[in-house]
Design a binder for this molecule. Sequence first.
Ligand code: OOB
Length: 559
Amino acid sequence: MTSGIDKPRRAGYDQRGIHVLDGCTPWPEDLAAQYRASGHWRGETFDRLLRAWVRAHPRRTALVCGTRRLDRAQLAREAERVARRLAGLGVRAGDRVVLQLPNVPEFFTVFFGLQRLGAIPVLALPLHRRSEIVHLCRLSQAVAYVVPDVHQGFDHRDLAAEVLKESPDLRHVLVAGDPGAHTPLDGPGAPDLPPAPDDASEVALLLVSGGTTGLPKLIPRTHDDYAYNVRASADLCGFGPGTVYLAALPVAHNFALGCPGVLGALHAGGTAVLTDEPDPDAAFALIEREGVTATALVPPTARMWTAAAEWGDADLSSLRLLQVGGARLLPEHAAQARDAFGPVLQQVFGMAEGLLNYTEPDAPEEIVLHTQGRPLSPDDEIRVVDEYDRDVPPGATGRLLTRGPYTLRGYYRAGEHNATAFTADGYYRTGDLVRRTPTGHLVVEGRVKEQINRGGDKVAAAEVEEQLVHHPAVLDTAVVPVPDDLLGERTCAFVVPAPGADAPGRGELAAFLRERGLAPYKIPDRVEALEALPVTAVGKTDKKALTELARELKGSPRA
Ligand code: OOB
């Protein structure tokens, strides 16, 4: 199954002759030149960066996970071993590999192993299931899929067996742990490796977007742009050799990976502690034990930590930076966190697509409590516009458009979607409604995109709707957010039963969606039957009216 290994290939093409950047939109040359000239883009690949990090401090601890500790030299050696293993299986530069691992060291040995080969990790989230993974494998034409054996009671080997059947390009499933019927990640590999590709303008990784349409999109991040994302974030957050970063959010997500995240800690000469248990009991014990100095949370977890810190007696004095982002943090919750943890709070408004906004570590309290931060780069271009793309007056709320040195110019292989997701001059339409303060900080006021933000987990309404209409008793459906005290929002699905059918209840639809392989966090929290969906004057489903209705129904008994 390793056809074409020895075929000579042209630079930039994978072994099937597909251009690696096929479907990726490069930055215009003049802007690329500007980003290089200003030192944002330094021509360094992640493979080179890892080597530099090892040379600087080979014995310094890179990763801690439970009782396991890897220094930088060990991390690089393990990555090289994975690279040989994958090369032995025929994985080559430019190939895509879906990586679905939780917060364990193997995530990084595989990530850097792929970087060594010039192969491209597609970073699936641990909670993604058959529907998402098959889509990611097909869209990226992945040749391999890397999974844990069992994680949080879910057997990823069974999932992988199903994915294999439905993904024509997928040749290998590699398991970190007990491989079952698949290939072990550990094992013999190629005796030699080809030279590491060294073009930093190539794609280094593909991140999964929160999505607004039927299926998740892939976000190409180049070495140049993502290394800048990591370096500039680490600088702004004051990361250094003494940094001990606790990754309590999934490292497959941009926030914990590179904002500054684990990669930022490694870049700065620090250490990353990996955990899958963000609950305060487990996390506080780790903070004490490892002397954690920085971490990142979504708002619901931040609230749990705040409550626990107010009552508990854990020694959290090592903590210098508590980042909260991914969803709206109410000012009163921000104030409570500040009271519980001291002046260490930082708000982060970011997106896998690129643009990052941070409140500065020395920002006045007013800024930290009431804004979601300021763009990271002096070359981040921001526009706040109305529905016709006209700039709104200063300080008014409008739609956020952005372009810059680490914001994508197009989703991967998504020509049609890109035509509406970007302006003609390359601004990304974030779908967020913001207002800009006189200091240049942004306040997130809402969104125009049809996405539900379930405590940081993003649910594209259309993706759930497209699954629901497959149910024989569902004629039509619309999924909208409902406010929720803890998660900020939950999902409500309105369903119109098919003629003659009884409206299916939540339990039945949840089982149906699980069966169809949808990630568990996308399953509607609430289901309401309607005779017909309300429509707007132009005949489209009136989501505004439905969102209002969901709000009103909130207190009533659930279906
Ligand atoms: C982060 O990335 P994604 O790709 O999961 O989600 C991006 C979207 C934003 O467009 C916005 O709608 C929402 O999540 N969001 C926030 C927010 N941070 C993100 N909404 C309100 N307040 C905030 N602070 O979520 C992400 C990526 C990198 C760093 C941090 C978060």
